[in-house]
Design a binder for this molecule. Structure first.
Ligand SMILES: Cc1cc2nc3c(=O)[nH]c(=O)nc-3n(C[C@H](O)[C@H](O)[C@H](O)COP(=O)(O)O)c2cc1C
Length: 329
């Protein structure tokens, strides 16, 4: 049985690739992981190994699709299912102009009937995967709750989608960069709490600006799950206590030293596949691992030094760790 979506790591383009997800899975066994958004067209026409390859240990893992053509999404979903993903998530929250041009992402919140068709087509093509959606609380300067409730209510009626991941701020489609769109529109956690009240039978996951385990625990009083993005990337050891604190696990938490041992093994194996992976592809995701420790700066310096990374020797991880330990003494 799969664990609940009490906690999940947000889909983040260029960040939650398979190397990051492998590291996250070593730190927490139960948390759901999400891939970066992958365009449905890229899966159909591109090299599926490039976009869909994952490690078996990653499950429970969801792949996020971008697209707005039901037929295309269905074709992509069928391929995704073959690669062993547990869930396929439709992106209805990305405000980037590139995505708007393709008429998907956040602007789909204006087209609920089309979104329903997309979700239904995905579900028919991948019957064994959970089909879920990630969206915002609204578009542009809209400030009412009702359009959000109508969007969720209609999808719940027209589709089998029962899991709604809600980034608790609007997407402003004009005038803000994607980065600004993650910070400037105000957070309205109360809207997401209200959704759970109004649709108690749906699984409502809250996302946006959540940084500490204390905050997570607070949100879990109101909704079914919490999705964490940037903080889990910049400070991955935040996840160290999640299994014990939020999933009731009695397994010991992984230590920094144990984690580095596993990452060393992983990097060695990846480099040996000769699939084009280089040490930098992996090490860039490890930079935040020592967050809060004395040696954090030395760790980051060593693992981002192009000259040191170039020989592709995983022992660089040991070297950086030794430096951290020296500074912590
Ligand atoms: C670098 C980066 C890339 C992102 N890419 C995606 C994406 O591909 N799909 C998506 O739904 N959201 C994407 N997001 C948004 C996050 O999933 C999340 O909704 C947002 O960062 C708010 O959560 P946080 O405050 O915990 O980071 C991205 C965020 C960042 C920082």
């Amino acid at each position: 049985m799969l664990p609940k979506r009490t906690l999940s790591i947000a889909p983040m383009l260029d960040w939650t690739d398979r190397h990051y997800r492998y590291m996250a899975r070593q730190i927490t066994q139960n948390t759901w992981l999400y891939t970066e958004m992958i365009n449905a067209g890229a899966i159909i026409h591109g090299d599926p190994n490039r976009f869909l390859l994952k490690d078996e240990c990653e499950n429970p893992v969801a792949l996020q699709l971008g697209g707005s053509e039901p037929e295309q999404l269905a074709q992509a979903a069928a391929k995704v299912a073959q690669f062993g993903y547990d869930e396929i998530n439709l992106n209805c929250g990305c405000p980037s102009p590139r995505v708007q041009k393709g008429a998907f992402g956040a602007c789909l919140m204006n087209e609920v009937a089309l979104v329903a068709d997309c979700l239904n087509a995905m579900q028919a093509a991948a019957p064994d995967c959970a089909i879920t959606i990630k969206h915002r609380i609204g578009l542009d300067k809209q400030t009412e709750y009702q359009p959000l409730a109508d969007f969720v209510g209609e999808l719940a009626q027209r589709t089998n989608c029962r899991t709604f991941i809600v980034h608790a701020r609007n997407a402003w489609l004009d005038g803000l960069s994607p980065k600004e769109n993650r910070d400037i529109p105000p957070l309205r956690y109360d809207f997401v709490y209200q959704l759970k009240q109004d649709f108690p039978h749906l699984e409502i996951i809250i996302n946006g600006g959540i940084k500490t385990n204390h905050e997570i625990a607070e949100h879990l009083q109101h909704v079914d799950g919490v999705m964490v993005g940037r903080e889990a990337y910049h400070n991955p050891m935040l996840m160290q206590s999640w299994d014990t604190q939020f999933y009731g696990s009695t397994q010991p938490e992984i230590s920094h030293a144990q984690l580095i041992e596993r990452l060393h093994q992983y990097a060695t194996a990846q480099l040996a596949t000769h699939r084009g992976t280089i040490l930098r592809h992996m090490a860039r995701h490890y930079l935040g691992l020592m967050h809060g420790l004395h040696g954090a700066r030395a760790w980051r310096r060593i693992l981002s030094d192009a000259d040191l990374l170039k020989p592709n020797n995983p022992d660089l991880l040991w070297q950086a760790w030794a430096e951290v330990q020296r500074e912590c003494e």
